[in-house]
Ligand binder design. Structure first.
Ligand SMILES: Nc1nc2c(ncn2[C@@H]2O[C@H](COP(=O)(O)OP(=O)(O)OP(=O)(O)O)[C@@H](O)[C@H]2O)c(=O)[nH]1
Ligand SMILES: [Zn+2]
Length: 205
């Protein structure tokens, strides 16, 4: 944003409710009928939850670390972190799991904070590739570990409930940083840890 561009004005709840009334009318229904009267307010509140990550600073979630981990510097893998996100193309849910691994250098982080970082990025308008990368980059920047791995498997409802209509299809993305990039055995540890048999190939740089 350059100096002449004013910051975007954030709509207030009344603006959002008016937009939802328009959507209801566009769908062919009457926003004033009894069953729909409270819907615009509900949708505004739901969207606030869905996109709460835009208000969060994921790096701050990792601020508390522990150096006294008994010299532990081996693999830490938090598996099956269920998340709900929304695709930025259709505003339709992306539902999946993230598996996050790191090799500590001199400190570890509370494991719940890793799941919080996943949520902070998931609760935004997203594409899966960016979500994967943002989680990995945040761990790298804040913990400076020897390596980070993020694998995400997700179902995009824009592919299953509309458009190409492929129910059951899932998308898998992976990001390997540091030691994981050039150590197939470490990547195999992650694949085995998450119950999958990934290839040991070295990812393109
Ligand atoms: N790479 C990537 N694509 C995504 C993600 N979520 C949704 N998409 C895709 O974004 C694309 C948008 O394509 P468009 O042709 O502009 O939109 P569309 O006409 O609604 O496309 P269809 O979904 O094929 O009906 C689609 O191919 C979606 O499958 C994501 O996380 N990553
Ligand atoms: Zn989509």
């Amino acid at each position: 944003m350059n100096a002449r561009t004013p910051p975007p004005i954030r709509p207030v709840q009344a603006d959002v409710e008016a937009a939802v009334r328009t959507l209801i009318r566009w769908a062919g229904d009457d926003p004033d009928r009894e069953g729909l009267q409270d819907t615009p307010g509900r949708v505004a509140r739901a969207y606030r939850t869905f996109f709460a990550g835009h208000e969060e600073d994921p790096a701050a979630l990792l601020a508390t670390t522990f150096e006294d981990a008994g010299g532990f510097d081996d693999l830490v893998l938090v598996r099956d972190i269920r998340f709900e996100s929304h695709c930025e193309h259709h505003l339709v849910p992306i539902i999946g799991v993230a598996h996050v691994a790191y090799l500590p250098r001199d400190r570890v982080v509370g494991i719940s904070k890793i799941a919080r970082v996943v949520d902070a990025f998931a609760r935004r308008l997203q594409i899966q590739e960016r979500l994967t990368r943002q989680i990995a980059d945040t761990l790298v920047d804040t913990l400076q570990p020897r390596g980070v791995a993020v694998v995400i498997e997700a179902q995009h409802l824009c592919m299953t409930t509309r458009g190409v209509h492929k129910p059951g299809s899932t998308t898998l993305t992976q990001r390997w940083v540091g030691r994981f990039r050039h150590a197939p055995e470490l990547r195999r540890d992650v694949w085995q840890g998450i119950g999958r048999s990934g290839s040991g190939r070295t990812p393109a740089t």
